[in-house]
Design a protein around this ligand. Sequence first.
Ligand SMILES: Nc1ncnc2c1ncn2[C@@H]1O[C@H](COP(=O)(O)OP(=O)(O)O)[C@@H](O)[C@H]1O
Ligand SMILES: [Mg+2]
Length: 328
Amino acid sequence: MFGFWKTWKALEARGIMGINRRNADYVLKYNKRSLYPIVDDKIITKERAIAAGIHVPQMYGVISTEKEIDKLDEIIGGRNDFVIKPAQGAGGDGILVIADRFEGRYRTVSGKIISHEEIEHQISSILTGLYSLGGHRDRALIEYRVVPDQIFKSISYEGVPDIRIIVLMGYPVMAMLRLPTRQSGGKANLHQGAIGVGVDLATGLTLRGTWLNNIITKHPDTTNAVDGVQLPNWDGFMKLAAGCFELCGLGYIGVDMVLDQEKGPLILELNARPGLNIQIANDCGLTLRTHAVEARLEELKAAGVTETPEERVKFVQEMFGHVTAVEG
Ligand SMILES: Nc1ncnc2c1ncn2[C@@H]1O[C@H](COP(=O)(O)OP(=O)(O)O)[C@@H](O)[C@H]1O
Ligand SMILES: [Mg+2]
């Protein structure tokens, strides 16, 4: 813990954003309350994305009531792999990633064998609101299981790594690659024990990593280096993230994307209160960058112009890109 505080203190001098500033100056200021459902409910996010022509993992079905749990078999069809998640969940809780069938049962991505009844029970828990924000009744969403691109084989353990980009008024300000570990059970959420690795906005090259608040350079399970990895299709991810502003209208969001082996970049979800650990992985404070974007917005406003997603990406890449990993 001491090491963590030392890191945090050192970052403070470099424009670190704390939780109070994030809430007051960004979440409250840029995110209109009435728009929250678009990002807080993954089913609504999906519908919006599809309408905007943005690719997402295909939805196989939705279960909204206890009675509808009977439809599970029909929704799964003959498929061997699929994902069940709470529509209003967060932090990776309540998500079941099924990778295969086994002797009349199912095998999760981390190798656990579970029965059909256990899945039904899980869905029932989702419906009662066990995993939803505020404990409200929820819906269960059954969707396509993403198969990660081969590039992640050496630096990831099971599950699907995701790419998180923080976007302010359509300007990507900071990026992080999140890698599942043995501990995180195939999920890429930091609180589950996944690793966060900073990413250079201009090049898509990975920087150093952070795991359970420690700075690391190797993956704990595969022992391969997590820095210096070139993420494929980087400008594509940047444009996708920038375009999410037009998609949801929220000004301060975390965009979570994955790279599917066959389907390419997909949007997994949007977050209206994105976490702050991304600053440790990037060894850089968010406010340094958000202030630069806010200054840009002022400038454009005075000139009476706005920028396209492509122009916004170009701006942030020139402004914040080409950083190199620090020793540590
Ligand atoms: N369709 C999917 N296929 C494979 N893995 C998934 C899928 N959806 C989610 N996951 C895994 O679970 C993690 C959390 O999922 P996400 O949809 O972002 O929900 P949460 O709001 O709980 O973070 C993802 O980062 C990914 O590792
Ligand atoms: Mg997520």
